[in-house]
Design a protein around this ligand. Structure first.
Ligand code: GTQ
Ligand code: FE2
Length: 360
């Protein structure tokens, strides 16, 4: 190798730029950091704001074709210009007023709903009318027709979780409105009748592995499962934490999103760990706090918070009441690609030093 003169190098770089080329050695450190350098920030949204603003939106705007849904979505402050709770996940609250029907459509992004407030509402998924109450998890697997209706005399509010930012980044978004406002109902709670028996599945069907045949995971059996542990041992990082399963495969609810429900028993303060996936949490019951990358996040019933990829996090319930968290996580994506990792925090007895608190 002959010694290059500075101006030769400079003109080489200029030519590379003009020819739309990048010499790797100039950007190696940026492209191959030792561990993920996420822009996603931990953040907390308060239920008092979300609920008030959801009802306000109910007063101000009707649900119409084109707008499609009355949804207030989380915008992660680290992801400028992107409408996303984390780099892969959309999180939102949706309100449907008595008598309304949000018009039927389908899209290549998958969705989950976790019901926060109200009853006698439904999501009609490909003709299966899934009746929803507080604590139910309802799936709309990708490309399934869905409309939402409220047949009660009270507003209905739920959490939406979608893989929209991921599917968008993959340039995989397709969307189609149904020709009519609502889809005909062909069965009521049909998926639940066949697949709601938890450890049993019908022998006369052979559903595809990519789509859970169970669409409505009811709250009562979910809560039963959380309580069955009693005082027994559970996860040092998450306490009593269950993943909702596709009853046909034993895998996650959807190919891109895993849903979890966890009970943090009174007095439990978990150890910290970090995982390569990101998550959106909803505080279903109780009050407590999380420590995320050394920052303390205090939350109470109804709040939402985000745990970024590879962020240390631990949970604490210092109260005498149960804490129940619901979360949607992009874990299946990382697992499917062979990229899943997690690590336990070993210093300081497994707990982070707290350097500040959110909003404080
Ligand atoms: O309820 O169908 O939060 O299509 C975002 C996109 C909800 C829905 C969202 C959607 C929906
Ligand atoms: Fe939708």
């Amino acid at each position: 190798m002959s010694a290059a003169k500075p101006n030769q190098i400079e003109s080489f770089y200029q030519e590379a730029e003009a020819k739309h080329l990048i010499p790797l050695w100039k950007v190696t450190a940026k492209l191959l950091p030792p561990e993920p350098q996420t822009k996603v920030l931990p953040y907390l949204w308060k239920w008092s704001d979300l609920r008030r603003m959801a009802y306000r939106a109910g007063d101000l705007v009707p649900i119409e074709r084109g707008g499609e849904r009355r949804v207030l979505a989380f915008v992660n402050p680290g992801l400028e210009g992107k409408y996303a709770a984390t780099h892969t996940l959309w999180g939102a609250v949706q309100i449907v007023l008595p008598g309304e029907i949000a018009p039927c459509h389908r899209h290549s992004a998958s969705a989950i709903r976790f019901i926060i407030e109200g009853s006698r509402s439904f999501t009609n998924v490909d003709g299966d009318k899934c009746v929803m109450s507080r604590g139910d998890l309802v799936l709309t697997p990708n490309w399934s027709w869905h409309d939402h209706g409220n047949e009660s005399d009270q507003a209905m509010i739920w959490m939406d979780g979608l893989d929209l930012p991921l599917v968008n980044d993959l340039d995989g978004i397709f969307f189609e409105p149904y020709p009519q406002h609502k889809h005909p109902v062909t069965q009521v709670n049909g998926s639940e009748q066949k697949y709601g028996g938890a450890h049993l599945k019908p022998t006369w069907e052979n559903p595809p592995a990519t789509r859970s045949p169970l669409l409505n995971y009811k709250w009562e059996p979910t809560y039963d499962a959380l309580k069955r542990i009693g005082e027994g041992p559970a996860s040092p990082f998450d306490d009593v934490c269950f993943e909702y399963l596709n009853p046909n495969t034993g895998g996650p609810t959807l190919p891109t999103m895993s849903c979890c429900v966890q009970l943090i028993r009174p007095g439990v303060h978990t150890q910290a760990h970090r995982q390569v996936n990101s998550a959106v949490y909803h505080v279903f019951e109780g009050r407590g706090h999380a420590v995320i990358n050394g920052q303390r996040f205090d939350w109470e019933r109804g709040d939402f918070f985000v745990v970024p990829p590879w962020a240390w996090h631990e949970f604490a319930n210092e109260s005498k009441e149960e804490v129940i968290l619901f979360s949607v996580q992009d874990t299946p994506v990382m697992q499917a690609l062979g990229l899943y990792r997690e690590e336990a925090y070993t210093e300081n007895g497994g707990r982070q030093q707290v350097s500040g608190s959110f909003g404080g």
